[in-house]
Design a protein around this ligand. Structure first.
Ligand code: BV8
Ligand code: ZN
Length: 253
């Protein structure tokens, strides 16, 4: 690990433009379960890939809306962790930093990161399922029960349609502008820091491969081993909340 940390720090120090490609793992130490663990209680018997779809919402809006409201309340209750904070601090040392997240929480923003590209939308931007009009829906005052509850989605004032979470469900296209901006940033970067993702979801998971193709160095930060295919990939095994502060210390202090 030490040798890879030193090598990674050297690339970070020389970088002009870094892309941080983050997944659910970067929010794990804040207490937000990763996508696959986000199904407890009421939802534990569901497969997330089946629940995070327009079909599931149309079949049972109260079940799906309840799941997202439980997750939204959880995201509001937790704090950014040292991993998010180290990522925000990078902007003080590297001329150009672009954050491309698969996450639907706003912990990068709350840690102080400037521009954050959300490939899979945001749980904080509900909108009307029918007319797509943004809807301001305060998070429930009362803490949702631990095992979650079915909740009828509020109705749109414009067309009486149901509120839906502002996330990209499986089978839905990624926001065009976000995808283009992410693709361009990855094409131009010197280093792509892939933090806390199993890179199992497409098209987002193409981005680290694009970085390698364009000659960048890819640094993976993950407690689990990551399979690599190029000698320009470095793996730092460990939780983001520990590895990222260490990496910045090595590179800039
Ligand atoms: C699309 C929002 C087309 C919702 C999410 C077959 C092959 C290839 C593709 C497909 C296929 N069948 C279907 C598809 C397409 C599908 C897809 O990729 N499916 C996969 C499962 C095979 N993709 C889509 O449907 C996409 N759309 O293709 O549209 C189209 C085009 C035009 C017109 C119409 C349609 C849309 C995908 C977006 C889905 N929405 N999120 C919600 O959150 O509820 S994805 C969701 O799952 C998360 O956002 C996350 O990105 C993803 C994975 O979740 P997790 O596994 O929890 O997180 P992650 O992968 O990041 O894993 C956690 C990692 O962290 C682990 O590696 C772990 O070791 C690590 N970790 C843990 N602790 C720590 C840590 N790391 C660091 N520190 C720690 N402390
Ligand atoms: Zn509407």
């Amino acid at each position: 690990m030490l040798e890879s940390l030193q090598t990674a720090a050297r690339y970070l120090k020389q970088a002009e433009h870094i892309v941080i490609f983050s997944g659910a793992g970067v929010s794990a130490e804040s207490g937000i379960a990763t996508f696959r663990d986000a199904l407890t209680g009421l939802w534990s018997r569901f497969d997330p890939q089946r629940l995070a779809t327009p079909e599931a919402f149309q079949a049972d809006p109260e079940l799906v809306w309840g799941w997202y409201e439980w997750r939204r309340a959880q995201a509001d209750r937790v704090q950014p962790n040292p991993g998010h904070i180290a990522i925000a601090e990078l902007e003080r040392h590297v001329p150009r930093v672009t954050i491309v997240t698969q996450n639907v929480d706003n912990l990068h923003e709350r840690a102080g990161s400037g521009r954050v590209i959300h490939l899979h939308g945001s749980i904080h931007d509900p909108r009307c399922f029918s007319c797509a009009r943004p809807m301001q829906i305060p998070v429930a005052e009362t803490e949702p029960p631990a095992d979650g509850q079915r909740t009828p989605p509020p109705r749109c004032l414009n067309c009486n349609g149901m509120a839906r979470p502002g996330v990209v469900w499986f089978g839905e296209a990624l926001p065009e502008e976000a995808w283009q901006a992410a693709w361009q940033a990855v094409e131009e970067c010197d280093v792509l820091l892939s933090v806390g993702t199993s890179a199992a979801v497409y098209p987002a998971a193409q981005l680290p491969h694009l970085a390698i193709e364009k000659g960048a160095t890819v640094i993976h930060v993950n407690p689990q081993p990551v399979e690599t295919r190029s000698e320009r990939e470095i793996v730092l095994i460990g939780p983001a909340g520990k590895s990222l502060p260490l990496l910045l210390k090595k590179a800039f202090y």
